[in-house]
Design a protein around this ligand. Sequence first.
Ligand SMILES: Cc1ncc(COP(=O)(O)O)c(C=O)c1O
Length: 308
Amino acid sequence: MPITPTSKIWMSGELVDWDAATIHIVNPTLHYGWGVFEGIRAYATDAGPAVFRLTDHISRLFRSARIYLMEPAFTAEEIIAAVKETVRVNDVESCYIRPLFYLGYGEMGLNPLPSKTEVAIAVWPWGSYLGDDAVANGARAATSSWQHINANSIPPTGKGTGQYMNSSLAKVSALKAGYDEAILLNPAGNVVQGTGENIFVIRDRVLTTPPIQDGLLAGVTRDSVMTIARDLGYDVVEASLVRTDLYHADEAFFTGTAAEIVPIASVDDRPVGDGRPGPIAREIMEVFRAAVSGKADRYKSWNEYVRD
Ligand SMILES: Cc1ncc(COP(=O)(O)O)c(C=O)c1O
């Protein structure tokens, strides 16, 4: 998706012009993929932009950094304040937010430890990641022949930059075959997630999503959807799924910050349910939309406002 530039990017404590936010080409993160990041959204509300579950995202960023022994010179509180400042100075009502911990210039080689951890935070307006048509009519998904990374290869519980090579391999194969999104399986053959989204199936009004130990990222949207669904009175279980569970579902959907909630219309050319976004997915999407835009009192602790 094309990027719409904004005005300033926060780089290790300084707000620099968008076009000046550059790094040297001889940079170990660029060459070896040793970095961690977050994907967050700020939504327009009646009280100005509110970052959705910012504290939870920054906690995950620091958990990812812990896996890769990256120690930035900033605390979580300072990064939270910097995210809010970056949204404010760019004067956007809603946006995507990309904090990145990367290795600084000065060292090369496969030992990242001598390099300093730098921090950048960019924000830009971003529409629906899988497209408005997928949100309205459902995405066409395909299970991938690329196996998902696992806890003993590249840990999927972190959000490491390099691990997205795995996601992109699956994404490209799916797109080239005419699908909207790939679903990856783990070495045991269980369903893990989409390339940048968690997955839920619904059968007989029970929602099931794979457990963390099957090798997925503990999504903030996944957690929000589990809470919303339970509050709506549905049973939600975390249990392993195989690909035929997707074929037999009444409904299925993806969740993620970039994609938000996207119904799945078909998997491997088998329609999910009647092949249209189902009623439970639509009900949850409606509550989620109210929650992110500050219109659901029950979830107001999820709205972290950037203006005082
Ligand atoms: C691989 C993967 N799974 C799931 C998700 C969804 O996580 P979240 O809802 O926190 O954005 C993401 C997005 O960050 C992701 O990259």
